[in-house]
Structures are given as C-alpha cells and as structure tokens.
Design a protein around this ligand. Structure first.
Ligand SMILES: Nc1ncnc2c1ncn2[C@@H]1O[C@H](COP(=O)(O)OP(=O)(O)OP(=O)(O)O)[C@@H](O)[C@H]1O
Ligand SMILES: C=C(C)CCOP(=O)(O)O
Length: 243
C-alpha cells in the first residue's frame, strides 16, 4: 500500500506571516504520521515560505526567471521549511528524509513535468519516508518556474502507482456555496462555480487547480483538514473524495 500525502502550506505555516512555521499544526500532523500507513511519501506546500519569494521575483507556474538569485531565494526558503518539516517528523519517530525537487525535476517547453521517481521508490523500499516540497524547477525556454506541491502529488501518485492520495489543507474539504463539504467530486463542472483561488499569497492557484489536477489521477484522492488526517491514514473516506 503506497500513500502520497500533501501537507498544505496553509497547514504547516502561518500563511499571513512571512517564513513562519505553524509549530502546533506541524506537531499534530507529525504525531498522526507516526502511526501512519506502510509506504508513505509526504509532500508539503509553500505557505508563507515559497509564495512570498515567488511573487517578489514575479515567478509563477508559467512566468519564469533566468535570475539565479531568484531561483536560490525561492528554493532556499523552501529548503528551510523542508528542514523544519523533516525535523518535526523525525522528532515524532517518522523516518523522514528530504528530497529537493529542483535537483531532480524539469519542465519541457510544453510545460510538462518530468520527475524521475526511482530514487523516491528506493527510499520507500529502504523504509524511509521521503519528504518533497513545492519548489522552483528549470523550465525549457523560460528559465525556472514554480512547481506546486499539488503537481508533485499528481506526478508521484502516477509514477509510484499510489493506492491512496490525500491533501491536508486548511479547509475540511471542497466547500459548496453554503460552506458545506462536498462529499464526492467526479466532474470539474459539478463544482466549478464554487471553486476559487487561495485567500493568501499563493502563486499556484488554490482549490480550483487542486481539483482539476486530482480528477486526472487514477487513484481516488481526498481533501481534508488536520482533523481528518488520522482518519485518512486509518483508511477512512474523509472530507471530499475526488475520483
Ligand atoms: N470551494 C472551495 N472549497 C474549499 N476551499 C476553497 C474553495 N475555493 C477556494 N478555496 C481556497 O482554497 C484554499 C486551499 O488551497 P491553498 O492552495 O491555499 O492550500 P494549501 O495547499 O494548503 O496551501 P499551499 O498552496 O501553500 O500548499 C482554502 O484555504 C480556500 O481559501
Ligand atoms: C511557491 C513555491 C515555491 C511552492 C508552491 O507549492 P504549493 O504551495 O504546493 O502550491
């Protein structure tokens, strides 16, 4: 059983305070993962680390930069957050190890992501929990663009043939216009009217982009908040199921 889990930047950081880890949430998530499932890959988002630097440098998933300093500003912030996430997981007893996508992945001129997953598979086979993060990535013809954690989740879920995919965010699921969790989404059109971007500085698109990408996956995906994390890890359907 292989599980790919994203801890949203809105969960592990305080999105309105630059480069601030939400220690309480991170510890809660780490404690839940300590009793986690077999093969587990963790991906975390940018929150108040990556997104501020990305917008300062005018970089998004499509707007690139050729400035090396822009790349290292964004990547450096994400490495600092990754250090904090890996350390918290290790303190909770999870055999977490860092994986930095900038050194591994690239986009071709069409924007298609190429992410070799053999090293991640080998880490799983050796009993580690690889922890990847949203990052900058070299992009043919555009310098470097942003790679969201959501895109990493979709790519890894496909190449690792994941059985379960979870996105832990700051909302209990995808919400309808009355704020009620939509239990299941099978077609983008059914929820398109409810879906917006993110309320915080977020260069990768909030909930609409997530739902679109998760619908393209073979494995069913779930969107839930920290209260739903333990249930998800136990195998329950929590929040919104997207398939
Ligand atoms: N219909 C909707 N239901 C739920 N959330 C929605 C909806 N439309 C827009 N959103 C926004 O999507 C946000 C979650 O996406 P966001 O990308 O901010 O989270 P994240 O993945 O946890 O963070 P990060 O991108 O930093 O990793 C919610 O906080 C909410 O503001
Ligand atoms: C902004 C950066 C560097 C990462 C974005 O990842 P996300 O928060 O998962 O969308």
């Amino acid at each position: 059983m292989t599980t790919v889990l994203k801890l949203g930047g809105s969960v592990v950081t305080r999105k309105d305070e630059p480069e601030t880890v939400d220690e309480t949430n991170l510890e809660r998530a780490a404690a839940a993962l300590a009793d986690g499932p077999g093969d587990l890959v963790v991906v975390h988002g940018g929150g108040s680390f990556g997104h501020h630097h990305a917008s300062e440098h005018g970089v998004s998933t499509t707007e690139g930069t050729h400035e090396a300093v822009g790349v290292t500003d964004i990547h450096g912030a994400m490495k600092r957050l990754n250090d904090a996430v890996v350390a918290a997981l290790q303190r909770a007893g999870v055999p977490a190890v860092p994986v930095h996508p900038f050194s591994l992945a690239w986009r071709d001129a069409d924007g298609t992501l190429h992410l070799p997953a053999d090293s991640v598979r080998a880490m799983l086979d050796e009993g580690f929990v690889p922890v990847l993060h949203g990052d900058v990535v070299v992009h043919a013809g555009r310098g470097a663009t942003i790679l969201s954690g959501d895109e990493l989740v979709v790519s890894l879920a496909g190449s690792l043939d994941a059985d379960r995919v979870g996105l832990c965010s700051d909302v209990p699921g995808v919400l309808d216009d009355e704020g009620t969790v939509v239990p299941r989404i099978e077609r983008f059109e059914d929820v398109a009217d409810y879906l917006g971007g993110s309320e915080a500085t977020d260069v990768t698109g909030g909930m609409a982009a997530k739902v679109r990408e998760l619908l393209a996956l073979d494995a069913p995906a779930q969107v839930f908040d920290l209260d739903g994390l333990a249930g998800f890890l136990d195998g329950a359907d929590t929040g919104t199921v997207i398939d």
